[in-house]
Design a protein around this ligand. Structure first.
Ligand code: AP5
Length: 216
């Protein structure tokens, strides 16, 4: 299965992608994670991407399309994958369609995580991420079992992302509304799209995703 997770920053795409990936074995292809990986390795691509990410702007289409073309050709993607944070513009969606067409594949469905902006600010400003394994927590909605210690890898570096600062969050939301939200209509018209109420609890959203997947 090839599944697109679409939704604003903080809507829970990454959280649910990890759950799905663990349960189903499909790799989670997060362009945000790939770009952060390039930044931490200090590559040329990472340095270029950082100038956009620090401001909450989108990284140029050509860069992320290249990352996805390369990543989807890996052997672990042959039986499907979960796209988390890609596509984010109409040009990216069209590039993905062309790529899949050339491989005789198609998107199985799109899960649209719908939620209002106020909720997103609370989620993003309270998010903490494990520096060692990438597991995600929230200061009220999802605490680790032991304070300051990651449940998954027992690492003790639970940090706030650079782009989860208030002014950057506001710009990310604006960029979402201007450049990414047109994809809701795009997938509604061109693929099977299901809307998930992403304002529900983690468990409720997980169950809703699960229900929808069963029918694809
Ligand atoms: P990226 O890393 O993709 O960030 P994003 O889309 O802004 O999404 P987030 O990771 O912030 O949120 P999420 O929806 O995954 O929510 P999460 O599960 O973490 O992109 C970062 C940057 O990279 C972009 O700004 C851009 O510059 C660049 N980039 C990436 N892809 C690109 C592309 N394709 N094109 C161009 N540029 C690109 O949850 C958030 C918090 O809420 C967590 O703390 C979590 O614990 C909590 N939470 C989750 N679900 C619930 C729930 N149901 N109830 C309560 N709390 C919840």
């Amino acid at each position: 299965m090839i599944i697109v997770l679409l939704g604003p920053p903080g809507s829970g795409k990454g959280t649910q992608a990890k759950v799905l990936s663990e349960k189903k074995g499909w790799p989670q292809l997060s362009t945000g994670d790939m770009l952060r990986g390039a930044i931490s390795q200090g590559t040329k691509l990472g340095l270029e991407a950082k100038t956009f990410m620090d401001k909450g702007e989108l990284v140029p289409d050509s860069v992320v399309i290249g990352l996805i073309q390369e990543r989807t050709s890996a052997t672990d993607c042959q039986n499907g994958y979960i796209l988390d944070g890609f596509p984010r513009t109409i040009a990216q969606a069209q590039a993905l369609d062309e790529l899949l067409l050339s491989q005789n594949k198609k998107i199985s469905g799109c899960l649209y995580f719908k939620i209002d902006d106020q909720n997103l600010v609370t989620r993003l400003s309270g998010r903490r991420t494990c520096l060692d394994c990438g597991a995600m927590y929230h200061i009220t909605a999802h605490l680790p079992q032991k304070e300051g210690v990651c449940d998954s890898c027992k690492g003790s570096q639970l940090v706030q992302r650079d782009d989860d600062q208030p002014e950057v969050i506001q710009n990310r939301l604006k960029v979402y509304h201007d450049q990414t939200s047109p994809l809701v209509d795009y997938y509604d018209q061109n693929s099977e799209m299901v809307t998930i109420d992403a304002s529900l609890t983690l468990e409720e959203v997980k169950n809703a995703v699960w229900d929808k997947l069963g029918s694809w």
